[in-house]
Design a protein around this ligand. Structure first.
Ligand code: BDR
Ligand code: CA
Length: 331
């Protein structure tokens, strides 16, 4: 039976790739997409999600608009990373309509009260904190909560110690982590320690274009800006695609390894958004997170190609060779 998921996201270049992966998988059913302000303002994220669904021929999937600003902090978008349209300055044709009468929180509440469903959170955790305030029972019904965010030992990507999703709305992240601690449940934290290793390189992208020109062209269009950004700021030839790893981990948890720990999110000052991982149990608190710190990079790209390009088995040897050239140095 297919596992049901709601994708809570802020598309966003890498969010879009993660959505595409989920829609290409036979193992999951995407019951809805909820949008939060993050990379892009919420209305822009909503428009981008429609563009992705149109490309995938899946405009039947409902999209719901969520929070337009973080709980307490001033909203800071990441359009410097994702381009002025939030989708790598691809300026894809707008898709008219498809507005839903329900808000993201109303949809989450209704759905989680009636069926078993996991949430893959690819943006700031504002919508989930809002759900918790509005309907705790529905929140508690989330089957598995995967969050792309935070970091254990890795350097932050928007401050020395913080990853963007938790930095952008640290109060929301703190509330969600504290609540999971209260429940004695685990958030699957797919942070920068693992996502930084997922670099889409020019060769991998060219290979995608060779195998499927239409899909490859779409991915090139939306990632071009991301490639430029990574070169400018991190001197990387390629781009780190964070959110697809969170989706891949949900589809195949064996792709990452980690450990259970108590995690607390700092909300103020220099350490705003930092995920403090008590790996050595100083606080003597029960774990509220499964913190991923190892990833099978080759396994990730095999799944990425298999899903997005419907890769046939006989092509896998060729892909193996290319991936070995491109990523094996990452260990
Ligand atoms: C996260 O922030 C955004 O730039 C990405 O979409 C990802 O969710 C990485 O820090
Ligand atoms: Ca995101």
């Amino acid at each position: 039976m297919k596992r049901k998921i709601i994708i809570d996201c802020d598309p966003g270049i890498d969010d879009s790739l993660a959505i595409m992966m989920a829609l290409s998988s036979k193992d999951v059913e995407v019951v809805g997409i909820t949008i939060v302000c993050g990379n892009a303002p919420v209305t822009m994220g909503f428009e981008n999600a429609k563009k992705v669904l149109k490309h995938m021929n899946r405009l039947d999937i409902p999209i719901y608009m969520g929070a337009a600003k973080p709980l307490k902090k001033e909203y800071v978008n990441a359009l410097d990373t994702h381009g002025s349209d939030g989708l790598g300055e691809s300026f894809l044709e707008p898709v008219e309509g498809f507005y839903q009468p329900l808000t993201a929180v109303e949809f989450l509440s209704q759905t989680l009260n009636k069926e078993s469903c996991s949430v893959i959170a690819l943006g700031p955790l504002t919508n989930l904190a809002d759900l918790l305030a509005a309907d705790e029972k529905a929140f508690n019904n989330i089957e598995m909560l995967v969050s792309m965010g935070g970091s254990y030992k890795a350097h932050g990507n928007c401050s020395p110690v913080a990853e963007y999703n938790y930095w952008e709305d640290p109060e929301a992240a703190a509330i969600v982590y504290q609540h999971m601690a209260k429940l004695g449940r685990l958030i699957h934290m797919v942070g920068l320690d693992v996502t930084r290793k997922i670099v889409l390189t020019p060769s991998l992208l060219s290979y995608m274009e060779r195998l499927d020109p239409e899909k490859g062209e779409f991915i090139r269009k939306i990632t071009k800006f991301y490639f430029d950004f990574h070169w400018q700021w991190e001197h990387i030839i390629g781009c780190v695609i964070n959110d697809p790893l969170a989706m891949a981990y949900f589809l195949n948890p064996k792709l990452c390894h980690g450990f259970n720990s108590y995690v607390q999110i700092e909300t103020e000052s220099l350490s705003r958004g930092q995920s403090i991982v008590d790996a050595y149990d100083f606080y003597r608190k029960k774990a509220n997170a499964h913190v991923l710190n190892e990833v099978d990079v080759r396994g990730f790209f095999e799944l990425f190609f298999e899903l997005l390009l419907h890769m046939e088995k006989d092509k896998l040897t060729e892909l193996e060779k290319l991936i070995a050239q491109e990523v094996d140095h990452e260990g």
